[in-house]
Write a new protein. Structure first.
Length: 336
């Protein structure tokens, strides 16, 4: 039944009942109206309005549940659905809204997969140019400075050695940026070794102390899933080093009880503090969806932040549209 006719017949029912009661009841209205008659009419009007409100609330209640979900739905937290209740247009509206959510989540997953794949391709291209062009140019410059320093008069050798040292530091920085952009160790040695290298890098270049725990014998993971785990761990460690004020962090990778893999990054910093999620956290959520996983981020009761990323094993399919990252099949339980 159309919503218009439902509301119409509900009001007609209330009005018809009130009319019948006035026709068959012993009530009359005097002119001028008496106080008791006015009270009876007011009571009848209140009862009619109350009955009308109850019937309309019963008929339109599903719409009241639909509005809050529409206002708070987040495509980065998939699976939010509203039970299909009611009948007619209201049930059709709720079912259409659920279908729209499902379609938007699928399209969001597909577009995210393409965007992240393009991002990884661009990272590899930039890393290759840094290594092949800028890295080689700095290496050649370093060799020329060494040759000039050996032949230079003593009064300028100190300046040339300082230039050599600055060039060497710049070369190291370029290589470090290239490694962050393109984790060759992930493709060559596997996830466990890549996480070990990532932890060592933060230990060396930041004040953050990283304690790494990687369980042996992890189930085989798809290369795309391995890349997601590595990038989320990299972003989580970066956030801990830059924003949390933490002194130490635990990087834990283990098999999950549900047949998947759990990545946990837990620090002793100041926590989230009620701050809204920034681009980095939303990027991690998008990567989690790309791997078919779930990401949970919360502040611990005694301070600090804990990030849990659960992803399925190689037996589960990645979301539609996810492109594979080049690399041979590996097991994540390799020794670092």
């Amino acid at each position: 039944m159309r919503l218009f006719w439902r509301v119409f017949w509900l009001n007609t029912l209330v009005g018809a009942v009130a009319t019948v009661l006035l026709m068959v009841g012993p009530w009359t209205v005097s002119v001028p109206i008496r106080l008791t008659e006015a009270l009876i009419l007011a009571t009848g009007l209140a009862a009619m309005l109350a009955a009308n409100a109850v019937l309309l609330w019963w008929g339109l209640a599903p719409l009241g549940r639909l509005a809050p979900l529409m206002a708070t739905v987040d495509l980065l937290r998939p699976g939010q659905r509203l039970p299909v209740t009611g009948s007619g247009e209201i049930a059709a509206l709720i079912d259409t809204f659920n279908q729209m959510l499902r379609r938007l989540e699928t399209e969001r997953g597909t577009s995210t997969a393409r965007a992240l794949s393009a991002q990884e391709d661009e990272r590899r291209r930039v890393a290759r140019e840094l290594h092949d062009e800028i890295g080689q140019s700095l290496t050649a410059l370093l060799l020329d400075l060494k040759r000039v320093t050996d032949q230079a008069p003593p009064q300028v050798r100190d300046d040339l050695r300082n230039a050599q040292e600055m060039t060497r530091e710049s070369l190291d920085e370029v290589r470090r940026i290239a490694r962050r952009l393109r984790p060759d160790v992930l493709e060559d040695l596997g996830l466990a070794s890549a996480l070990a290298a990532l932890a060592a890098q933060f230990d060396t270049h930041t004040t953050l102390r990283v304690r790494r725990q990687v369980q042996r014998g992890l189930p085989p993971l798809d290369p795309q899933v391995e890349l997601v785990l590595y990038r989320v761990a990299q972003e989580a460690l970066t956030n801990a080093a830059r924003h949390s004020g933490a002194a130490s962090v635990v990087l834990d990778l283990r098999a999950d009880g549900d047949g998947g893999v759990l990545l946990r990054v837990e620090d002793d910093g100041g926590g989230l503090g009620g701050a809204p999620e920034g681009a980095g956290i939303r990027g991690m959520r998008e990567r989690a969806l790309l791997a078919g996983g779930t990401l949970d981020l919360r502040t611990r009761p005694r301070g600090g932040t804990r990030l849990d990323l659960r992803v399925p094993t190689a037996q589960a399919e990645a979301p539609a549209g996810a492109e594979r990252t080049a690399g041979a099949d590996r097991t994540a339980g390799e020794r670092p």
